[in-house]
Ligand binder design. Structure first.
Ligand code: AMP
Ligand code: ZN
Length: 732
């Protein structure tokens, strides 16, 4: 007996079908102008487990997932006339149709990679505009909607039950939504757009009784749900952010038009977070399936990770938890591998198996308690059941879990010549020629195979992508994983530190020029590869194998700038630390002059590009040769390592690089150290690619955020400024 939490009734209900044996299920699908991120996929996984659970119990599910390709992302954008598909098409020099087709294709592939069963129908909004127009006409006829100047609005006051799903009647969210959507044509600010007249230059538009235009976002789902599933649905799913206004709008439209209850059970999945906030493209904390694959991680490890937390609980995504999930998935596969090599048994354990089966189904049916079900899997695998029974049970459970475990035999298949080598090795072991046997094992390992010796013989399988990747790059997920060496004594003159993140040519130029001009000094070059995906990693690894001065620490995703730089600080051992930006090229000896500058112990920070300010607002580069300044810019930022202990580390709340250099400079000033700039240091700045790839809006937003952080801490410390110190000196 399936029980589900219904958002509409706000309680767990026994689930009953509207009609025997068929379940009509609708899932709000992706907007196809960008890649779906892992958060989106978490919502679709929830729907997938629900569908699999029902199918496993003999229910026929008809599943519809729409593809939003008309472009209205959110109602408020629609009302401002913005269209993400069109904007992306323009930016990428493609037609909106090409953009939509491309991202829909990627979406289908991504879903397949996490083993989400394809919906039976993927209706595209652009192909159902006529249905939407008809539904809007019906709503006008029935008095639920009105037209003003080519736009049609839903009159919320005509549908007294508006708000029943979200509880948003006069809540702050509603008010917020109203504030964003202020449209003078609406009779009531709560009304929402069903149809919007096209502005003259618009590309994507359709004819309607109210002139050319395009449909609202909510009407898309109401019309397509009715078209494919009828006027009443058993289940409608989405993420919790869909509850208002989207699903509230769908209810008003569908119940207004058809006069009956639209959806029996509303199921909403909680968010996937990253860094503690909702994963979203706009928040800059979103990751895709491609991102995790570039780390050698199996997309199904993400599926496993989502199994570990109930769908109504938020899940904070981290690469370390994903890696843990990858390892657990691998362990599970290895159990399957092990059990598969056992001979089949007679069916004398059916009763015991049945008990496990019913416990498993009970957990799944309890409002999709997938973590409970997963824990049961592990309990079963450790039980005293014979391996063959365990295998049978696990493959059965996997119809619901969807971890693709029946594929293990194909995945673990080994070519004949490798099998022969394994047999050869077994013979060597029989003859107690352990050294020779071990050499063979090492050779197999190098060729990408893992040999496992068990009491019942040796088994061999290919390494999975993850194992190969781990062998190549040991990665870290946070600066906390890196130990600190600041208490150790100096091991040399200089530590050069670079944070690299893609733009391989810049990284090469920066690293090679720095190494070229390091001869004659004792130098270590420490690079933190900050989640590069473009081949930078391979190059760094190769380079480090040739040049012992270079050491690379690989982060498995993009750490914040403060965190990445702190890894360098923690791991540095040179007396002087020089942080270099990858946009910088060294053209001569910087170390000699830096040594001279730091011979005065009052000097805390030095570099070629200094800044001064009179008011903490405007910063400018001084013209003089060598001068005392208020800050050194991050392009080339040098300081004495022993000072880290008193000055402290970078503030890791700075995820973006801008203004972090000001902040850190001020930490030195606060401790009484001087900051000296010397424009004669032989380095040049090239294009700063990260900055240049950001839109102006992004540049502004990120800079402002960091500037606030800086100002919040230092606004009352104008006493630290050179300008004020000079003043007080002259007035004395
Ligand atoms: P969108 O493409 O933004 O309309 O989102 C598609 C689906 O993903 C919707 O059901 C959203 O509710 C859901 N969704 C968006 N962001 C997240 C997130 N961070 N975690 C879980 N689900 C999400
Ligand atoms: Zn929808």
């Amino acid at each position: 007996m399936l029980k589900l939490y219904n958002t509409l009734s706000r309680r767990i209900e026994k689930f009953a079908l509207l009609e025997p044996e068929v379940c009509r299920m609708y899932t709000c699908g992706p907007t196809v102008y960008r890649h779906a991120h892992l958060g989106n996929l978490r919502s679709y996984l929830m729907a997938d487990w629900l569908r699999r659970a029902m199918e496993h119990q003999g229910v026929r599910v008809v599943h519809v997932k729409n593809i939003t390709d008309v472009g209205h992302m959110r109602q408020e954008m629609l009302e401002r006339g913005e269209d993400k598909v069109v904007a992306t098409a323009l930016a990428e020099g493609k037609t909106p149709q090409e953009i939509a087709r491309h991202y829909a294709e990627v979406f289908f592939n991504d879903e397949a990679k996490v083993n989400i069963l394809p919906a039976h129908h993927f209706p595209k909004a652009s192909e159902h505009v006529e249905d939407m127009v008809r539904m809007v006409e019906l709503l006008i006829e029935l008095g639920y909607a009105y037209e003003v100047g080519g736009n049609v609005y839903f009159a919320v006051s005509k549908f007294p039950e508006y708000g029943k799903l979200s509880g948003n009647i006069e809540g702050s969210e509603l008010l917020e939504a109203l504030r964003m959507e202020s449209d003078p044509l609406k009779k009531d600010p709560r009304d929402f757009t069903l149809w919007k007249g096209a502005e003259p230059a618009r590309v994507l538009k359709w004819p309607s009784p109210w002139g050319d235009g395009f449909p609202g976002w909510h009407i898309e789902c109401s019309a397509m749900a009715a078209g494919y599933l009828g006027e009443q649905l058993d289940i409608h799913t989405g993420g919790v952010d869909n509850i208002f206004p989207h699903h509230e709008g769908e209810i008003a439209q569908s119940e207004g038009a058809f006069g009956k209850r639209f959806v029996n059970v509303w199921l909403h999945g909680e968010h996937l977070l990253a860094d503690g906030v909702k994963m979203a493209k706009s928040a800059g904390n979103s990751y895709t399936i491609a991102d995790i694959q570039s780390q050698g991680i199996d997309p199904l490890a993400f599926r496993y990770l989502c199994l570990t937390v109930r769908y109504r609980t938020r899940l904070n995504f981290t690469f370390s938890s994903l890696k843990a999930a990858q390892k657990a998935l691998l362990r599970l596969k290895n159990r399957v591998w092990e059990w598969m090599s056992l001979p089949p048994l007679k069916d004398e354990h059916e009763e015991a198996e049945e008990i496990w089966r019913s416990r498993f189904l009970q957990l799944v049916s309890d409002d999709l308690n997938m973590p409970g079900a997963l824990a049961l899997v592990w309990e079963m695998s450790r039980s005293t059941l014979p391996g063959y029974s365990k295998l049978r049970l696990l493959l059965d459970f996997d119809h619901i879990l969807g971890l693709d475990l029946q594929n293990v035999p194909q995945e673990y298949q080994v070519p004949q010549d490798i099998v022969s080598l394994t047999e050869e090795r077994a013979l060597l072991r029989e003859r107690r020629m352990y050294e020779e046997a071990d050499n063979l094992r090492i050779r197999l390992d190098r060729e990408g195979y893992i040999v496992e010796d068990t009491p019942s013989g040796s088994r061999i399988r290919p390494k999975v992508a993850w194992e190969k990747h781990e062998g190549d790059f040991k990665t870290i997920s946070s600066s906390k994983e890196v130990s600190s060496r600041i208490d150790e004594s100096d091991k040399g003159d200089f530590t050069l530190g670079i944070v690299a993140c893609n733009y391989i040519q810049d990284v090469q130029r920066c690293v090679e020029s720095a190494l070229n001009w390091s001869h004659g000094y004792s130098v270590e070059l420490l690079v933190v590869d900050n989640g590069s995906t473009d081949g930078t990693r391979r190059w760094l690894k190769e380079k480090a194998s040739q040049d012992t001065r270079l050491r690379v620490i690989y982060a498995d995703h993009i750490l914040g700038e403060g965190a990445a730089k702190n890894i360098i600080l923690k791991q540095s051992t040179g007396r002087i630390v020089v942080l270099l930006d990858t946009s910088v090229e060294t053209l001569g000896d910087i170390m000699g002059p830096l040594k001279v500058m730091f011979s005065e112990s009052i000097v805390g920070v030095a570099g070629p590009f200094g800044l001064r300010t009179e008011d903490l607002r405007h910063f400018h580069e001084p013209i003089q040769e060598t001068a005392e300044v208020d800050a050194i810019q991050a392009y080339c930022f040098a300081f004495r390592r022993e000072l880290i202990k008193s000055v402290g580390f970078f503030r890791e709340s700075f995820r973006f690089y801008r203004n972090l250099d000001l902040d850190y400079s001020f930490q030195f000033k606060e401790k009484g150290y001087r900051i000296v700039s010397n424009p004669g240091l032989p380095v040049v700045r090239h294009e700063h690619r990260l900055w240049d790839t950001l839109s102006q809006e992004e540049q502004q937003r990120l800079s402002t955020k960091n500037y606030r952080r800086f100002l919040d801490k230092w606004r009352n410390r104008s006493d630290l400024l050179i300008a004020n110190q000079l003043k007080s000196e002259t007035s004395r």
